[in-house]
Write a protein that binds this ligand. Structure first.
Ligand SMILES: [Zn+2]
Length: 115
């Protein structure tokens, strides 16, 4: 079987330039197994630099080098929150310590578990 397309490891110094400041979620996947190990959310007010700080806080540097990152856009912060909750419950990512937080402006409850 022909090997799949090569993917680049995460270089967190690239993220501030690559990440759009728009609502969405990002997934960190193990490059080998494609297992989702972390789910995070972006918003209009979240810069790429803030994403880097979240990653540095939650993921060991040695693990980051084995991961790739994917970003999915959402139409609103609320939709991004729902997507983040869905991925959180679907993949149970090993580096997510707690349930996604509701957007600050209006309190929402998780569509999956009601938290
Ligand atoms: Zn939930």
């Amino acid at each position: 079987m022909i090997s799949s397309r090569r993917t680049k490891p995460i270089d967190i110094s690239d993220i501030p330039d690559r990440f759009p400041s728009c609502p969405g979620v990002y997934l960190l996947l193990d490059r080998g197994t494609k297992t989702v190990v972390y789910v995070g959310r972006t918003s209009v007010s979240l810069s790429g630099r803030a994403v880097v700080s979240v990653l540095e806080h939650n993921i060991p540097k040695s693990a980051l080098e084995q991961l790739e990152i994917r970003h999915r856009r959402a139409q609103s912060d609320y939709e991004a929150y729902c997507m983040e909750c869905e991925y959180f419950h679907r993949y149970d990512p090993m580096f997510n310590q707690r349930h996604p937080a509701s957007p600050r402006e209006v309190i929402h409850y998780c569509p999956n578990c009601g938290v």
